[in-house]
Design a protein around this ligand. Structure first.
Ligand code: PLP
Length: 359
């Protein structure tokens, strides 16, 4: 990324030679993503991250299609980026929403999606993998149902990229796919949205004609350079190596055997790097603080809601009571996670739970 903060400082929209150089790099970046995704370069839109991609996909498509219908479908376990966006459309713009339930492992039943689609349904948004539990949705099957019923499908694939085998962007059977750079070692504040042509959602940012008129605002070339590099290096062959991570994560999952620690991540069809637990009677903040003192960086629900004591909406949707939903602890492994680090968790966390439950 460094050359794009110095040597190549031009604005891709400028006509002069410095700007043209930046434009060539931007065009090349889009081509490189299209090569990995196996789509057209014009179907790749660079954004500031997943939150923006989701807003663009959902608000832009809903507004574009509102004369055809006003019914949206999502699930109860989506990230707040999705849930708050659809809630906004319902509360402020007169859309209607069906929120699909999930089973005890956090998955949407394809049959429920099929039954929920109405004549006036214009968009379905369902995530590819859950950020709190790692549960993988049958997203291609869900997308196929939407296609069969003639309804547009958006998937928030933020947690999926760099972790699961990637063939092409079309494997989700989706018309819109959200991704985010920092989930697979790209820079924070970088993201992209796949928009299958000829769909042209309404813009959500207004101004210049950047990104082929789909996203106004001067492009962040350094972030785009970092994102593209990460997509090429870490997505086709996932950087979160299942062979290595699965055995480490499974050792964590075995904490389920301890009294007072309950595994909530599914054992099968789960992202290899994620292991989440509830510790009823000990709220997430207390556990996180104790883990931090032992040098262990864990999370509760989504990172943006760490710091709040709201019960996890994901666990509530999976049928867990408030006591459990308040006590979620998520361990997310990375490419450098070691046996020693796992040993440290196993040596300290069950002991902490044991001591604090007995007081
Ligand atoms: N969607 C999912 C599934 C996520 O996990 C996240 C972030 O953790 C987001 C959307 C929002 O990403 P960002 O905050 O980078 O915009």
């Amino acid at each position: 990324m460094l050359p794009f903060l110095g040597e190549y400082f031009g604005n891709p929209s400028s006509i002069h030679r410095v700007g043209r150089k930046a434009r060539a790099i931007l065009d090349d970046s889009r081509e490189r993503v299209a090569q990995v995704w196996k789509c057209k370069a014009s179907e790749v839109v660079f954004t500031s991250g997943a939150t923006e991609s989701v807003s663009q996909a959902i608000c832009g498509t809903a507004r574009f299609l509102k004369s055809k219908g006003r019914h949206l479908i999502t699930s109860a376990v989506e990230h707040h980026a999705v849930l708050h966006t659809v809630e906004y459309l319902v509360n402020k713009e007169g859309f209607e929403l069906t929120t699909l339930p999930v089973d005890a492992e956090g998955r949407v039943a394809p049959q429920n999606l099929y039954s929920a689609i109405r004549d006036d349904t214009i968009l379905v948004s369902l995530m590819a993998a859950n950020n709190e539990t790692g549960a993988i949705q049958p997203v291609d099957e869900l997308g196929a149902i939407c296609r069969q019923r003639g309804v547009l499908f958006h998937t928030d694939a933020v947690q999926w990229f760099g972790k699961e085998p990637f063939e092409s962007i079309h494997q989700f059977n989706a018309d819109l796919v959200t991704i985010c750079g920092h989930k697979f070692y790209g820079p924070k504040g970088s993201g992209a949205l796949f928009i299958k042509s000829p769909l042209l959602p309404d813009p959500i940012l207004f101004g210049g004609g950047h990104e082929n008129g789909r996203r106004a605002g001067t492009e962040n070339l350094a972030a785009i350079a970092g994102l593209v590099e990460a997509i090429e290096r870490f997505v086709p062959s996932p950087v979160f190596d299942r062979c290595k991570l699965e055995s480490l994560a499974n050792r964590l999952c075995a904490m389920n055997e301890f009294d007072g620690i309950n595994l909530v991540s599914p054992l099968a069809k789960r992202l290899a790097n994620t292991a989440s637990f509830t510790v009823p009677g000990i709220d997430s903040m207390t556990s996180l603080a104790a883990l931090d003192l032992d040098g262990i960086c864990a999370s509760a629900g989504s990172a943006c809601s760490a710091g709040s004591l709201n019960p996890s909406h994901v666990l509530s949707a999976m049928g867990r009571n408030d006591n459990e939903a308040n006590s979620l602890i998520r361990f997310s492994l990375g490419r450098d996670t070691s046996e020693e680090e796992i040993n440290n968790v196993l040596a300290t966390f069950p002991d902490f739970v044991h001591r604090n439950r007995s007081v």
